[in-house]
Design a protein around this ligand. Structure first.
Ligand code: NDP
Length: 329
């Protein structure tokens, strides 16, 4: 058994070192580390810093009006010569306009989520883009493969923000997805340390997508109140809620408890929607209202205790990755 484990880790390390890794090859990056395109965090500063440190930075279009997105793409191009991408939740009415900007600005990588991967994959690939799609179940991962995406992000229940209904953890999701697909696989949800990255790769992932750890960085565009809140969170401080609307993992603040009261009263989806209102996420994470805003972060926030520059996050991840592992059972 120990030989088997040693072999798996050594193989992954060798792949990383020789640039044989499917994710580094696909995106032409140094490390198979992709930054989550989290709304209200992922502007050009964060994306370019991640790319400059050898990962793949993503601009989060989900919280950007089209002109803001264009400006962020242009600033990112000026700040890095390395590949970067844009994350696009496919829910907006002006999705076509967003896609058009991405094409016009010559972006080479797109991560789509919250929609059907069939809709844009082929069109984007014909324009020379690499397309990854985010899913939370094996069933949807298989649909991505059928749609011809270049890579699949499988995100477990631990993740912050919008999430799957089935509550499948990363530890269970990754080996199952791996069994059913052949495309490059990126694990997300519950990964902030190099040891967690290595575990995900031993389970079958070719790379990782990291959100929460990058949310608490100097370069993230979120409000300082929120970054300081992230580093104070403990185990059990987040919860998956609002399954009737769109499941989302939130910090248990006053807004969360207001939702809980509605559940206790047996109120319906409409009452939940009315309480949620509009722009709660912006209020919490961008404007820093820690009580009335929506605060989206993963369970792994319990392991994040410092706001760090992106460079330091990479240094830690790579050191921890190398150090992690067991030599025998
Ligand atoms: P709301 O409907 O409550 O509000 C929309 C928010 O998005 C507002 O704050 C608005 O800014 C901003 N916004 C930016 N660009 C646009 C645009 N083109 N059209 C409309 N609004 C825009 O949505 P949420 O804040 O809850 O979520 C926003 C988006 O991000 C959704 O698509 C959602 O699915 C996605 N999302 C994804 C998550 C994930 O984990 N993948 C997590 C959370 C959200 P302003 O207030 O300045 O008008």
């Amino acid at each position: 058994m120990s030989n088997f484990l040693d072999f798996g880790v050594a193989k992954k390390m060798k792949e990383m070192n020789e640039n044989q890794n499917k994710i580094t090859q696909l995106f032409q990056i140094k490390y198979p580390i992709i930054q989550g395109g989290m709304i209200w965090h992922s502007g050009w500063r964060l994306a370019s810093a991640v790319s400059n440190n050898g990962g793949l930075g993503l601009i989060g279009a989900g919280s950007m009006y089209p002109d803001i997105l264009r400006e962020n793409i242009r600033k990112c191009k000026a700040a890095t010569k390395k590949p970067f991408g844009v994350n696009v939740p496919m829910l907006y009415p002006n999705l076509n306009e967003v896609i058009q900007i991405i094409l016009e600005e010559g972006v080479k990588v797109i991560f789509t989520s919250a929609g059907n991967p069939k809709t844009y994959t082929e069109t984007l690939q014909k324009e020379g883009l690499k397309v990854a799609h985010v899913v939370s179940s094996t069933k949807f991962a298989m649909k991505c493969e059928a749609a011809g995406v270049d890579a699949i992000v499988a995100e477990g229940f631990e993740a912050g923000g919008h999430n799957g209904r089935d509550e499948t953890t990363t530890f269970c999701l990754i080996p199952n997805v791996k069994k059913h697909i052949s495309k490059p696989l990126i694990a997300a949800g519950g990964i902030a340390l190099g040891s967690q990255m290595k575990a995900a790769m031993i389970l079958g992932a070719d790379g990782v997508q990291i959100g929460s750890r990058f949310a608490a960085t100097t370069e993230a565009s979120a409000h300082e109140n929120w970054k300081n809140k992230i580093i104070s969170l403990n185990e059990g401080d987040t919860h998956l809620t609002l399954k009737e609307l769109a499941p989302v993992r939130l910090v248990k603040n006053r807004f969360f408890h207001d939702l809980e009261k509605l559940y206790e009263q047996g109120r319906n989806a409409q009452a939940l929607q009315e309480t949620l209102g509009r722009a709660r996420a912006k209020r919490g994470m961008f404007e820093g209202d820690l009580e009335e805003g929506e605060l989206e972060i993963g369970q792994v926030s319990a392991l994040i205790n410092e706001i760090l520059p992106v460079e330091k996050v990479f240094e830690n991840l790579l050191r921890e990755f190398k150090a992690a592992g067991i030599s025998e059972l």
